[in-house]
Write a protein that binds this ligand. Structure first.
Ligand SMILES: Nc1ncnc2c1ncn2[C@@H]1O[C@H](COP(=O)(O)OP(=O)(O)OP(=O)(O)O)[C@@H](O)[C@H]1O
Ligand SMILES: [Mg+2]
Length: 235
C-alpha cells in the first residue's frame, strides 16, 4: 500500500482533489474519503477507472493510498485539515496527467468518434450523471492526448436502485449523431463481455465498503442489471 508523504497543491474541484507526493516520491492526485460523498465516490472512481484502464481506454491509473493516522497538520486551511483528519486510512490516488488542461465545449464536440463512443459507453454502463457543459471532466495533456476523468458520481456503483438505460438530458453528448451508434454498441459489448469485474470488486478497500454501508452483493446486483440493459442495447 502506498502512503502519503506530503500535500503539494489543491486543485479546483468539489471533492478537493489535491496534488501530492507518495512515500516513494512520486507525484499523484489524491481524492479523500472525508470529502462529499466520500467512500461511495471512491468506490465508483476505483471500479470505473480499473475497468476502463483494463480495456486500454484513456483514464488515469488509480491506486489506494494511505494517509497515516495522525498525519500532522502541514498544508492548507483548517477546513482542509479537517478533511484530512476525516480521511486517515485508505484513500484513492490517481496517476498525474501532466500539464492537464480542460477542453472548451467546442473542442469537446470535435473529439474523435472513437473517443466519444468510449466515453458514452462508460457513462451509459455505469450511469454517470457528471458530464455536463459545466463539468465535462475531460482533460488534455501536454502531448495533446485526451483523458476521461471524474467517475465519482456513477450511480450504478453508489446505490442499490436500478436506472433506466440512457444518457441524462444535460450530458454533453446526449444528442450524439446516429453514425456513432455502432461504435457505442461495440464499446458497450466490450463492457458487457469484460471478464474481471468480480476481481476488481474484490480489490475495493474493505474500509470503503464498511464506511459507506455498501455491500459487495448490492454492487454486483446493480452491475449485473446494467450489464443486461447494455447487452440488450448493443444487440
Ligand atoms: N489525474 C489528474 N491529473 C491532473 N489533474 C487532475 C487529475 N484529476 C483531477 N485533476 C484536476 O482537478 C480538477 C478536478 O478533478 P475532478 O473533476 O476529478 O474532481 P471533482 O472534485 O470530482 O470535480 P467536480 O468539481 O467536477 O465535482 C480537474 O479539472 C483537473 O484540473
Ligand atoms: Mg469534475
Amino acid at each position: 500500500l502506498k502512503s502519503l508523504r506530503r500535500f503539494v497543491f489543491q486543485m479546483t474541484g468539489s471533492s478537493f482533489p489535491t496534488l501530492c507526493e507518495t512515500d516513494e516520491g512520486k507525484a499523484c492526485v489524491i481524492k479523500m474519503k472525508g470529502a462529499g460523498n466520500g467512500p461511495r465516490s471512491l468506490i465508483s472512481e476505483f471500479v470505473v477507472n480499473e475497468t476502463a484502464g483494463a480495456l486500454g481506454w484513456p483514464v488515469p491509473q488509480v491506486f489506494p493510498i494511505e494517509i497515516p493516522p495522525n498525519f500532522p497538520w502541514s498544508f492548507g486551511t483548517d477546513e482542509f485539515d479537517d478533511l484530512v483528519k476525516k480521511s486517515f486510512g485508505v484513500n484513492l490516488g490517481f496517476e498525474l496527467i501532466p500539464e492537464a488542461k480542460t477542453l472548451t465545449l467546442p473542442e469537446t464536440q470535435k473529439l474523435s468518434g472513437e473517443f466519444k463512443s468510449i466515453l458514452i459507453a462508460l457513462d451509459l454502463f455505469f450511469v454517470n450523471f457528471d458530464r455536463t457543459a459545466k463539468s465535462q471532466n475531460i482533460l488534455q495533456d501536454k502531448d495533446g492526448q485526451n483523458w476521461i476523468i471524474d467517475h465519482g458520481s456513477c450511480l450504478a456503483l453508489q446505490t442499490t436502485r436500478s436506472f433506466p438505460f440512457g444518457l441524462p438530458p444535460d450530458h454533453i453528448f446526449a444528442s450524439y449523431p446516429r453514425e456513432l451508434a455502432p461504435l457505442i454498441r461495440e464499446k458497450l459489448q466490450m463492457l458487457v463481455e469484460f471478464a474481471d469485474y468480480v476481481e476488481i470488486f474484490e480489490k475495493i478497500p474493505m474500509e470503503w465498503l464498511t464506511e459507506s454501508g455498501l455491500l459487495l452483493a448490492d454492487l454486483r446486483k446493480n452491475w449485473l442489471w446494467q450489464r443486461q440493459e447494455a447487452a440488450a442495447f448493443s444487440l
